[in-house]
Design a protein around this ligand. Sequence first.
Ligand code: BG6
Length: 483
Amino acid sequence: ATEKRALIMLFGATGDLAHRKLYPAIFNLYKKGSLRKHFALIGTGRHKWTHDKLREIVANSVKSLADNDTQVKNFVSHFYYQSHDVTNPAHYVVLSKLADKLDKKYQLNGNRIYYIALAPRFFGTVSKNLREQHVLSDNGFNRLIIEKPFGHDYPSAKKLNDSLAATFDKDQIFRIDHYLGKELVQNIYALRFANPLFENVWNHNYIDNVQITLAEGLGVEKRAGYYDGTGALRDMVQNHIMQVLGVIAMEPPKTFNDTDIHAAKAKALNSVEVYDAKGVAKNFVRGQYGAKGSQHEYREEPGVPNDSATETYVAGKVNVQTPRWQGVPFYVRTGKMMGKKETRVDIVFKPAKNIFGDGNDVKPVVLTIHIEPGSGFKLSFNRKQIGNGFKLTTASMNDMESKEDIAKTPQPYERLINDALAGDLSNFAGWPEIAHDWKFVDPIRKYWDSKKPDFPNYTPGTMGPKAADELLKRDGRHWIYPE
Ligand code: BG6
């Protein structure tokens, strides 16, 4: 890897995300040479830590990935801690001085990445102070990385975006949607745009429907504080599901650069039909898990109010109103406690006319993109059974990654931080996409908030409430997964 020069200023260095995801990701970039001599990280947080304390925490979080102790020691020597109150302008002056000093020491050419791993209510304050207190460098690049949630509805997202836009241009803002950092999500571009065999049939003439499943085996765990105020619609649909849908639904970008990819994806997402209340009632289903055996119901989870109306499950039918997708529904679903983790897209093709007669069943061709835990592609199609006579059966062609390959695959955060260092926005979420996703999600939220749900309505270990099956049944279809 070509070595990049940069100072990373991490707001939220003492937090869980930093420890679990960011330090390991940055360490892997260091190991592979994307970052080496010419990088430094300033971690900030409210705690009164020393440089050594931060280094110790970082060492702990990366040691299982290291070749040896010296590697860890050298790596953590690039880390500096500054205790910081994000609302105090004077603190940014201190940060700025430290940044300048480290810039000289490591010859960083003024390249700076500001990574805000804090609650979104601080995004605006931090970026304003970065500008007003002259923390931004005059030479080199200044880039901002932020985490979800990007607002809780369209107006709040717009306000948030405006507050960032006062300091950063649109090509300086890297909004993480970690689904765009997944190997198999990025692979959809290869599947479609490198293979006319697939791209030529990627439309309403050949595709009957598309199914996007983001099923999770776990429940809310210890995140009730965040999750109960959020719900599956905002937690998974507004961002991850819509981004995956955008990659499947978009027109081929003019070139494979970030500007063209964003334009094409935004156009597809902009064409998603926004439902009115009647449309929501008809096309969207919500659920909340009940109890099963030793697993207690969602409302009994620690930190969840016992009358919570928060959905832990969503299924819906989405219409993309472009000529390519005329009459092709995208069925989407996600939920907690659905038995096991299964993240996949099933592209269901229109079946052939049956010329074989009653004794034969012509099945639709299904192309499955396995995102996780398996990674790869599977195509299932009709073939003839071996033997006399003529009988159809189902065959499949698989291209699944081996366990070894999966273990070697960079994790989303590693990939995305590397992209930000390179200034490549392709796999980040653009504002026009996010804006439309909120405009799509807001009426669903509004309708649901106006009606008391009949919760709990699904059992842990199942694929959600019955209504999610009805959604397809009434269209004469069914969920491909589970087979
Ligand atoms: C996060 C959500 O964005 O994505 C979590 O907040 C969810 O609720 C997670 O569990 C799923 O991500 P992944 O990569 O495990 O599929």
